[in-house]
Write a new protein. Structure first.
Length: 408
């Protein structure tokens, strides 16, 4: 769905809400100049946001629901995909709420201010949209607000928070927050199935460059099968880079082996169905990491101006990978193991705990039913210590799995 001009305000979920943080009524700026913030809200901010199809604006005074106003305010600051913050009066409450937003959300937070405002040192380096109350100034401000929102939502890696620029690995979940630490040391745990101890679900951490586990490596892709760029941090980016051919002296990429093969296999098709699996060779991963095949699994879908989101029933990606592993094309050299990501939790932004439970349940069912043919070991790659604790806890509590055995 593309965004178009909306016919008017409509009820929306938090996924379509822009929370507006600003003073109310008429207030004076630091130089004593009066600003009518009701006009700014109703003639600048709301028209800009609601020109994007389905989106609505919300301020604290718009919330008509029982309960503590601060609780509802903080919920919107945490959950709403967009926030607009007017800092024109250097209001303490506005800056408090901006600080909370920057601590909880890496994007999309749009700052605006009247052109007469002098910003304090702490935020002077941030991008902010200046506005004036004249017709030309209003039109320009609305265009810029829309552009800031669209650009932020279209880029899943976008960060406009000072906090996340300094701490890019920070994970915030309801009830807890901590900085996730990347796990670079190779570690492997296996959990045998209770019904079949020769089959197991495993956890793997460490730099993928140092891993030699899994005949098949699965890569989470979008439904356009566009692999992530070499400089991304996703599974797709890492597999693409490690599989590419490098110059023997400079180390720079001279052949995008996996990316080119995937594009060739896709041909003239521009899109695949959710859970579709396209198989390519592993490129340099075969020589360096003993990988035999790359399974590109369509796990996230994108919409213009909406960004990416996981497909429905993400566990189907695990099932689709198993079915493909058991297909006739591998009968001459049947795979016995596969390394998967927790699908949909990278740029797709899916909840790690929920997706891990779904993917692990699906993996157990596939092993118990023999759906994967010769595949008897399935491993999930874990990037950080926070993710490891969450997924290990799920494995420990799973009724179909025995206690862990440490491999490395």
């Amino acid at each position: 769905m593309s965004w178009q001009a909306s016919a008017g305000p409509e009820e929306a979920s938090s996924e379509k809400t822009c929370f507006v943080i600003m003073p109310y009524g008429t207030k004076k700026d630091i130089d004593g100049k009066e600003i009518d913030f009701e006009e700014i809200y109703h003639y600048v901010i709301k028209p800009a946001v609601e020109s994007l199809e389905g989106f609505i604006c919300l301020r604290c005074d718009d919330i008509e629901a029982p309960g503590w106003i601060h609780e509802r305010m903080l919920t919107h600051i945490y959950e709403d995909p967009i926030a607009i913050v007017d800092t024109s009066t250097l209001n303490a409450n506005v800056f408090y709420e901006l600080g909370v937003r920057h601590a909880l959300k890496r994007s999309v937070t749009v700052l605006i201010h009247n052109e007469s405002t002098t910003w304090p040192f702490n935020i002077v380096g941030l991008n902010s949209i200046k506005y004036t109350t004249g017709p030309r100034g209003v039109d320009e401000a609305k265009k810029k607000i829309v552009a800031f929102i669209v650009n932020g939502l279209n880029d899943p890696q976008h960060r406009d928070s000072l906090v996340y620029n300094v701490l890019p690995d920070l994970r915030v979940e309801k009830g807890s927050s901590r900085v996730a630490r990347r796990l670079t040391q190779v570690r492997i745990l296996e959990y045998p199935l209770a019904r079949d101890t020769q089959s197991c679900i495993g956890l793997v951490s460490g730099d993928r460059e140092n891993l030699s586990i899994g005949d098949i490596w699965a890569s989470s892709e979008n439904t356009e099968m566009q692999m992530d760029r070499f400089y991304g941090t996703s599974t797709s980016a890492t597999i693409r880079y490690l599989g590419a051919k490098k110059h023997p002296i400079t180390g720079r990429v001279i052949e995008d082996t996996i990316g080119d093969e995937l594009a060739a296999r896709l041909g003239d098709e521009k899109q695949v169905a959710p859970t579709a699996v396209i198989v390519t060779s592993p490129g340099e991963l075969q020589r360096n990491n003993s990988v035999k095949w790359i399974f590109h699994v369509a796990a996230v879908t994108g919409e213009p101006r909406e960004g990416y989101r996981p497909i429905e029933r993400i566990e189907r990606c695990v099932t689709a990978a198993f079915r493909r592993a058991a297909s006739v094309e591998f009968h001459d050299d049947p795979p016995t193991s596969i390394l998967l990501p927790v699908f949909g939790t990278g740029p797709g932004g899916g909840d790690l705990h929920d997706h891990a439970e779904r993917c692990i349940d699906a993996a157990v069912e596939c092993l118990e039913s023999g759906l994967g043919g010769s595949v008897r070991k399935i491993y999930f790659y874990v990037w950080s210590d926070v993710d490891w604790e969450i997924i290990e806890g799920i494995m420990e509590r799973h009724k179909s799995l025995q206690g862990a055995r440490k491999i490395l």
